[in-house]
Design a protein around this ligand. Structure first.
Ligand code: CDP
Ligand code: CDP
Length: 222
């Protein structure tokens, strides 16, 4: 496997995209690019600069100056917004919601797609998100679409948050996932959609190891 592929992994919230992408990146010695973190950083930026999402002029100014950098590391990437490490802050619930709200705005998406294409232009990347196989890299070498039923996804997120001692109920997590999936699939620009040539991976009944192996074997076959 000498060629440096572009691998796109899309799917709804908590469907296992980042877990899979991180492990594949280590196996393949590729760079993992979490595009959701970029929309999260954008959302946080509006909050820090007190910008309303319908203020087009202020948003444009913000986007013209924004710096979003990913520092790649095997034990977990770190994300910097305008020079500040925001890796933990962007995972908070208020930013999760804001990221989906800001992701419907055309100029935001255009800017993020431009940055993502630059990050992936030399190949050797695994990029996860919602529109990677459809819009960002429609010619990606491999496209996967992760799926799991909402009960399973909510339970997995809840387990994850329980370990982080976050005070949130399973029902609240499920509602948040349903709200976000609806917002992401129904927006006019680049909605969450399975690319026609993407391979669906329904992992409701799979272990993490199985889902990673399944994708790895497809890539290995070339
Ligand atoms: O990146 P995305 O939001 O799509 O999901 P994730 O954060 O990778 O995965 C959500 C949770 O599901 C994580 O805690 C994973 O460890 C867990 N999980 C999984 O991804 N796949 C399985 N087969 C089982 C659990
Ligand atoms: O990890 P999780 O699946 O919960 O979300 P995420 O991947 O961090 O993405 C946060 C939000 O950013 C999503 O709900 C989408 O609204 C938006 N997003 C997007 O519109 N396009 C992408 N390529 C990635 C994320």
């Amino acid at each position: 496997m000498n060629k440096k592929f572009v691998i796109a992994i899309d799917g709804p919230a908590a469907s296992g995209k980042s877990t899979t992408a991180k492990q594949l990146a280590i196996k393949l010695k590729y760079i993992y690019i979490d595009t959701g973190a970029m929309y999260r950083a954008c959302g946080l930026c509006t909050l820090l600069q007190n910008i309303s999402l319908d203020d087009e002029v202020a948003l444009k100014k913000m986007l013209d100056k924004i710096s979003i950098k990913i520092e790649y590391a095997e034990k977990g990437n770190r994300i910097f917004l305008n020079g500040e490490n925001v890796s933990e802050r962007i995972r908070e619930a208020d930013i999760t919601k804001l990221s989906s709200q800001i992701a419907v705005i055309g100029m935001v998406r255009r800017k993020m797609v431009e940055l993502q294409r630059k990050m992936g232009e030399d190949g050797g990347v695994i990029m996860d998100g919602r529109d990677i196989g459809t819009i960002v890299f429609p010619n990606a070498d491999f496209k996967f679409f992760m799926l799991a039923d909402v009960e399973t996804r909510a339970l997995r997120r809840w387990e994850e948050m329980k370990n982080n001692r976050k005070n949130i109920t399973l029902e609240e997590i499920k509602e948040e996932l349903i709200w976000r999936d609806r917002n992401d699939t129904t927006r006019k620009i680049s909605p969450l959609l399975q690319a026609e040539d993407a391979i669906p991976i329904n992992n409701s009944e799979m272990t993490i190891k199985e889902q990673v192996e399944m994708i790895y074997s497809v890539i290995e076959r070339g």
